[in-house]
Structure formats: C-alpha cells, structure tokens
Design a binder for this molecule. Structure first.
Ligand code: RUB
Length: 312
C-alpha cells in the first residue's frame, strides 16, 4: 500500500529532509484519500485520520510533518459532505506542496542579500532551503567557496557536496570535528532546520549546535533557512521537541564488536539556543529568533485555545 510504503520511506530516511518529508506526507494523504472507497463522510474522515497518525509517527522531530498533515487534514475535518472533504483534501495537498516549493525560492532570494561578496560559507547536513540560499547567492556572483561537513553517521554531507558541485560551486568537504578549525576562514554559516521553537531555538541535524557555538565564538553570523511551517506551534504551551534517537547500527556498523556494557547513543538532532542564532530567514522575511512566537501566532494562525483543551 502506498501509504505504508511512504511511511516506511520516511522512517528509514529514503525520504528525508524536513521540507521533502512534509511535501511527501501531503502528497501521500492526497493519494491515499483518492484511493479510498468510502460511503460516508464519517468513514472517510476516520480513514484519513488513521493515515495522518501513521505518517506523523514516522519521524518525531521534524515539525514540518505534523504541520503539513494538519494543514491538509483541516480541509477534511472541516467539511460537511464526503464530496467536499475529498475536494478539500486535494486542494489543500496541492496548495501545501506548491507553497512549500515557493517558500524555498523566497527564502533563497532574501538570504542571498545577507551574503557578502566573495563569501566563504559553511553548511551542515543537507538542507534544500540552505542550499537554495547558497545557490542563489552563487547565481548573483557572491560565493567564493563552501565548507560542507560530512554529517556522521548518515553522511548527508555527500548529498550536499553533490548538489553544490552540480551548481558549479567550489566545495571543501570536511569531517564534522573540523568545523571549528575552519570557522575563521568562513564569513557565515547557513543551515536548515527541522523545528524552530517558540523561544527561537533551532532544532537541526546533530552537530548543528556545536557549529553554531564555534560561529558564535568566532563572531561569524549563523543564519537559519526556515519555511514558516518549520515553526513548532505546541512549544508555545511548553511542549518540548522530541529528539529522535536512531538505531545504533548507524554509528557502529553491524560488524563491530563493542566491549560489554558500552552504550551507544545516536541522537539525530540537537538544539541550538537562540543566543547562537543571528537570523532566521523565512518566506515572509528575515528576523531574530525572538520573533518566533509571532510567526506561530500570526502567520501559522495557531490559536492557542485550539489546543488548550488538551490540557484542560
Ligand atoms: C535533515 C536536516 C536538515 C533539515 C532541513 O535531517 O537536519 O537540515 O531537515 O532540511 P535528516 P530542508 O537527514 O535526518 O532528515 O531544508 O531540506 O527541509
């Protein structure tokens, strides 16, 4: 079944990166809804809610996933007839995917203005939003070279260096632990994000916070490229972003024997405090991390009374 396959592709990271995960989930909901043969609105909503739960359970950290699912499902849940629900599902899925892709272009345009001429840029992990910013700056003739990290244990850095090389950008490929050594050579750091919390903290690939710390120490701007659907509404009520821990085989490989009692830990993400983030660039503008609650309240349109009932 397409839905189960998509869920598996996301949890196994064949589909990865917060934006792509979100668009894939929206598309999977649309496809699943189209394949359903329900007689009543209630049955359709029930099936769709189950599908939404399956998708949201695949990766816990990227808030883009529940935000995308919620956006699409609002159309289904707010309908009064089966036909209306099916129409709303299609419309909202198409809208989400279109706006998500457009957001990346707008972010790139805004962020490129922040990049000085002859810039040396560091990036971490593989973020389509961050890479779009670098490529746009390169098109404007502003990029001298990029330092891209390897990103242990899943090595997303290889995808990044391929994308940058394909765009004709000179790349230095470094191991994650070399970030501080090369920080004096860079003008700024750009990463993407899986979630921005209400206090402006940035949750991104493990190692991001170390790089942000190094950038802070070296007085280099740390810029985050974030579509507004990467902001985490429920953090307004104090909820924390769950950090995904992945299988230890990703770190040690299946063949390596460890001494008895050694515990391997493999967190996939970490949290960069707002104090180390200079600018968050979204499709609605570039601002300080302290603006995060306003994005959640005013732009995402989350009314806290909507989920107050969970805490009643
Ligand atoms: C990917 C990652 C990316 C963000 C943003 O982690 O941390 O920086 O998801 O990416 P993983 P994008 O490889 O574990 O999914 O800008 O493409 O949404």
């Amino acid at each position: 079944m397409v839905l189960t396959k998509t869920a598996d592709d996301i949890s196994s990271m064949r589909i990865r990166g917060a934006g792509r995960i979100a668009r894939t989930a929206a598309g999977a909901l649309q496809e699943y809804g189209t394949s359903l043969d329900c007689d009543t609105l209630a049955a359709f909503v029930r099936e769709m809610e189950n599908a939404a739960d399956i998708l949201c359970g695949t990766r816990p950290t990227a808030v883009s996933l529940p935000n995308a699912v919620r956006f699409v499902m609002q159309g289904v849940q707010g309908s009064t007839t089966l036909e209306e629900a099916q129409g709303a599902l299609n419309k909202r899925a198409v809208e989400f995917i279109r706006d998500s892709l457009a957001a990346v272009g707008k972010i790139a345009e805004i962020a490129a203005r922040q990049i000085p001429d002859d810039a040396v840029i560091m990036t971490h992990c593989n973020s389509e939003a961050a890479i779009a910013c670098i490529i746009r700056a390169h098109e404007l003739g502003k990029v001298r070279e990029v330092y891209a990290t390897e990103v242990r244990p899943r090595n997303q850095g290889y995808i990044t260096i391929q994308m940058l090389s394909d765009a004709g950008i000179p790349v230095n490929f470094i191991v994650d632990s070399a970030a501080r050594m090369f920080m004096p050579k860079v003008d700024l750091v750009i990463t993407g994000t899986d979630a921005v919390t209400a206090n402006g903290a940035v949750v991104n690939k493990i190692g991001t916070s170390q790089i942000a710390l190094c950038a802070h120490e070296a007085r280099k701007p740390f810029i985050v490229a974030a579509e507004t659907y990467k902001f985490a509404p429920r953090t307004i009520l104090g909820e924390r972003i769950p950090i995904e821990y992945r299988p230890i085989e990703e770190v040690i490989g299946s063949e390596r024997q460890l001494p008895a009692g050694v515990v391997v830990k493999n967190p996939a993400f970490d949290v960069t405090p707002p104090a180390y983030v200079d600018l968050i660039v979204t499709e609605i503008g570039a601002f300080a991390p302290s603006y995060a609650p306003f994005v959640i309240r005013d732009h995402l349109g989350w009314d806290t009374s909507e989920f107050q009932k969970d805490y009643a």
